[in-house]
Design a protein around this ligand. Structure first.
Ligand code: AMP
Length: 301
């Protein structure tokens, strides 16, 4: 019963009626055009509720998962505020370099042609260009806690002019053991700032962080309903030496258009990907020994 669910329930998506459109938040018309040109036309629930609060300058806690439009929910008002005041500087902390790069990519799209500068500071990548980037004017610095703290300690990154801090996927940063780095970084940033906290869950550790570093935060929760019951799960029996053939037969079914396979060990994952390619299935693997570039290439392929 833990592994089998052959009667997935249909998830009924609740229809949300936003109280704003992107042209009624009072945003700069250039930004409104940018948003429209990205093919985004209606605010998601988190955007609808949190954009006005961030524009007002409130500290906010956004309880939202990936896929809710949370990145644009903080980037849109922050780009707006930076357009209005060129001296603003935002520090965005994220748990992984992939997420940091993704946030920067979304920022680049939103701020295209608006003279807005950003630097990404993440571990596992050459520090030289990051040091160079920090020497230039930056409206946004986006990074992972470990590398950011290194750069602050080496005096390459002066956080004294930061006006906004965003903690994205804060619960994941805590899970990954970044708590001390996060606290140290936050304590170097002037207290006269805005702090935006995004997390899928609110653990006691996360709660403590918000009460230590935020001022009268407004909470917006758009937690989606649990979808695990809507996923069909099954246990697939196979003959002792037919495991691979059984898998290939499953993957060759027409409904198997995009599949994620999890394995427990790097070498096994690598071997499985190779075997699948030999069996004519387009596959690639991602694991801890892969470089950042290899992971990005695998995802893009
Ligand atoms: P996120 O939750 O930030 O990971 O965003 C999930 C995806 O939704 C991203 O690809 C965004 O570009 C996209 N997105 C963000 N806001 C909207 C919106 N209002 N309407 C449609 N798509 C959006």
């Amino acid at each position: 019963s833990r592994f089998i669910n052959t009667t997935p329930t249909k998830v009924v998506e609740e229809v949300y009626t936003p109280t704003h459109q992107f042209d009624t938040f009072g945003l700069n018309h250039k930004l409104v055009q940018k948003i429209a040109s990205m093919g985004i036309d209606t605010p998601t629930p988190i955007q609808d509720q949190i954009i006005p609060e961030i524009l007002k300058g409130n500290d906010v806690i956004g309880l939202a998962e990936t896929g809710t439009g949370k990145t644009a929910a903080f980037l849109i008002p922050l780009v707006e505020k930076t357009l209005a005041d060129d001296k603003r500087q935002t520090l965005i902390m994220a748990p992984t370099r992939e997420l940091a790069l993704q946030i920067n990519e979304e920022l680049r799209k939103l701020a295209k042609g608006l003279n807005m500068y950003s630097t990404v500071c993440v571990g596992g990548m050459n520090i030289g260009p990051q040091v160079k980037g920090l020497k230039q004017k930056n409206h946004f610095v986006i990074g992972t806690p470990g590398r950011l703290l290194d750069l602050i300690r080496q005096k390459h990154f002066d956080t004294k002019r930061i006006t906004t801090v965003v903690l994205d996927e804060a619960d994941r940063m805590l899970d990954m053991g970044f708590i001390h780095d996060m606290r140290k970084i936050l304590s170097t940033v002037p207290t006269k700032r805005e702090t935006l906290f995004f997390s899928a869950t609110m653990t006691p550790e996360a709660k403590k962080l918000t009460s230590d570093f935020m001022q009268k935060p407004i909470e917006v929760s758009v937690k989606k309903q649990d979808v695990t019951t809507s996923i069909r799960q099954d246990v697939v029996p196979y003959k002792h030496d037919q495991k691979f053939e059984t898998l290939v037969a499953l993957l060759n079914k027409p409904e198997a258009t995009r599949v994620i396979i999890f394995g427990s060990m790097k070498f096994a994952v690598k071997r499985l990907a190779n075997d699948l390619v030999k069996a004519g299935i387009k596959a690639d693997c991602i694991h801890g020994n892969k470089t950042h570039k290899q992971r990005v290439n695998a995802l893009n392929a």
